[in-house]
Ligand binder design. Sequence first.
Ligand SMILES: NC(=O)c1ccc[n+]([C@@H]2O[C@H](COP(=O)([O-])OP(=O)(O)OC[C@H]3O[C@@H](n4cnc5c(N)ncnc54)[C@H](O)[C@@H]3O)[C@@H](O)[C@H]2O)c1
Length: 329
Amino acid sequence: MKHERKRVLVTGGAGFLGSHLCERLVGAGCDVLCVDNFYTGTKDNIAHLFGHPHFEVLRHDVTFPLFVEVDEIYNLACPASPVHYQFDPVQTTKTSVHGAINMLGLAKRVKAKILQASTSEVYGDPAVHPQVESYWGNVNPIGIRSCYDEGKRCAETLFFDYWRQHRLRIKVVRIFNTYGPRMLPNDGRVVSSFIVQALRGEDITLFGDGAQTRSFCYVDDLVDGLIRAMDTPDEFTGPVNLGNPGEFSMIELAEKIVALTASRSRMVFKPLPADDPRQRKPDIALAASALGWRPTVSLEQGLGRTIAYFRGKVAPAVQSPSLQPRQAA
Ligand SMILES: NC(=O)c1ccc[n+]([C@@H]2O[C@H](COP(=O)([O-])OP(=O)(O)OC[C@H]3O[C@@H](n4cnc5c(N)ncnc54)[C@H](O)[C@@H]3O)[C@@H](O)[C@H]2O)c1
């Protein structure tokens, strides 16, 4: 039976990116099924969609098979911040690898089109700058970030094998650092961490000398890119980079956030964690030509919207009585 509305499954739909994607797809008239185990996602992120006639939520772990009827699958389920993906690294690899196998199996059964949320981490500590999709990367297979990086690399392999072997319609998207409202305040990602520290007037923690660079894409731009990638003709598989090529050092980012929050926070420097890449910047020529996509939100605009969100979430630090040094009895 032909369905009036496109039925779209979003795994990881209660997370940061997933919740924005669900919102956009519901707004575009799709029937959206959000699947999440709420490991890092929250019901709050999607609460505004509850009760919408074309939105459903299913608590489910993608490391187990799923049987549903859908036309398209966006596979986003996977913790994305080092704090969360390193907490249970074996589960992180399972989520990427078993999750990909289960979702690809589902796509094969119901003949759905499937998009994989891959990552710039597949490039590791890159020897090529900016990173182009043809670059194979420089990844440590046995380090503390490997559960995430290699899990995502293996998921890409599975996508391309299902495409070669079973002619599945696949789209692999390599997402670079993305930020915006609904990031978790405590997940150690640089934008949210700096904003929370600035709003609380705490020291802003930079790792290494703070000269390492990243590019920052605002969530609305990224979601637009995901939908455009899904809508490409069947011959287009990717991988395609999505990110904002504007490059900023950690010090520059901290300075912008301090200025935009009018904070009195100072910068402090700590040792660089293992395998932290020196620089990251996407080459987005392919996204521009194949998807007609380029980011439109400037770092200042995006930070402004993100800071407004965190202001409502984060109270200035006050020393809690339980944390005061104990008086001698
Ligand atoms: N935000 C970024 O900068 C970025 C960059 C590169 C790639 N990505 C990728 O995009 C996707 C979404 O990232 P995000 O930033 O929204 O992170 P997030 O942690 O906010 O979202 C991930 C979601 O997946 C869910 N999840 C985790 N394990 C699951 C499992 N086994 N079964 C079902 N649900 C599970 C979590 O509960 C959460 O809702 C991830 O796959 C991530 O690797 C994000």
